[in-house]
Design a protein around this ligand. Sequence first.
Ligand SMILES: NC(=O)c1ccc[n+]([C@@H]2O[C@H](COP(=O)([O-])OP(=O)(O)OC[C@H]3O[C@@H](n4cnc5c(N)ncnc54)[C@H](OP(=O)(O)O)[C@@H]3O)[C@@H](O)[C@H]2O)c1
Length: 302
Amino acid sequence: MDVFLTGASGYIGGAVAQRLIRDKHTIRGLTRTPGVVDALAAAGIEPVVGDLDDTALLEREARRADAVINTANSDHRGAVETFIAALRGSGKVLVHTSGTSVIGDDAQGQSASGTVFDDSIAFSPGNHPIRRARYDVERTVVDAGDTGLRTVVLCNSLIYGNGTGPRPQTVLIPPLVNQALSSGIVRVVGRGLNRWSTVHLDDMTDLYRLTLTEPAAAGFYFVEGGEDASFAEIGQAIARRLGLGPVEPWDLDSAGAAWGEGFARYALGTNSRVRATRARALGWRPSRPSVTDWIERDMPLP
Ligand SMILES: NC(=O)c1ccc[n+]([C@@H]2O[C@H](COP(=O)([O-])OP(=O)(O)OC[C@H]3O[C@@H](n4cnc5c(N)ncnc54)[C@H](OP(=O)(O)O)[C@@H]3O)[C@@H](O)[C@H]2O)c1
């Protein structure tokens, strides 16, 4: 297939591109950054310089491709609407990337939630307006599946694993590592009792490939590899990897000062537990090592 991929220089997009190139798909990859064009070309991606706000460019690329995969930004409604309008009635595929912070709670690290959201059952997003906006973008993509294109939303949990390309780092773990390296103490928000589902980058890319090519794939999918972890457990793995002492709790104000209030409270401090029932029904079988194994054995250090 000829695929137009946004976020081609990023953690998710870079890995998705490599997985698809292995299967002989051709990738035209969007980037805003002329400085990464050579790296994309060297990785086998045809670079397209532009922005998600460039409607004419997105329309043109969507129309010339067999499929669009959007990994640049889960919250950019304009890009999603442009892709849907360009692909409507074509029978082509749109795969959109989202994230499970959409169901995050306000635990502030002080408790583990027993609630596990299952993608075979309808759910409501958390109360925060950003979560509601992200959920509405997801619904827009899913609902467009009735208008002559096949649409897929992949709602990723905490992704770990070694990226390739210009931006090889995931979102949630490096801030904990960097804080630990600079202070000599691993810290987590609150007591770190909050839990997230997790997925290895290579298992995740297998699901992008499967939903791209499998005609039965449509609608909303949570993406998790079978294990969840508390931030205290993630912190303990970081401490073992770095040879540091016990993980220390951090009050929200101190964590917010280090990591930003919103990121500390609405990402690092939340519970976000999901079950990928629909992906498994498609035949997806995640098999890679757990997040704590990866941290202890494979995680690159700055
Ligand atoms: N990593 C995770 O664990 C995770 C989990 C769930 C959901 N998500 C969500 O998935 C999305 C991608 O995550 P990621 O970890 O792959 O992020 P990332 O490494 O920062 O990659 C995103 C890429 O998209 C490009 N980009 C960003 N804004 C753009 C714009 N306005 N126009 C064109 N290109 C743009 C950037 O490339 P250039 O600068 O080269 O243009 C960047 O390399 C984010 O919305 C994130 O919240 C991530």
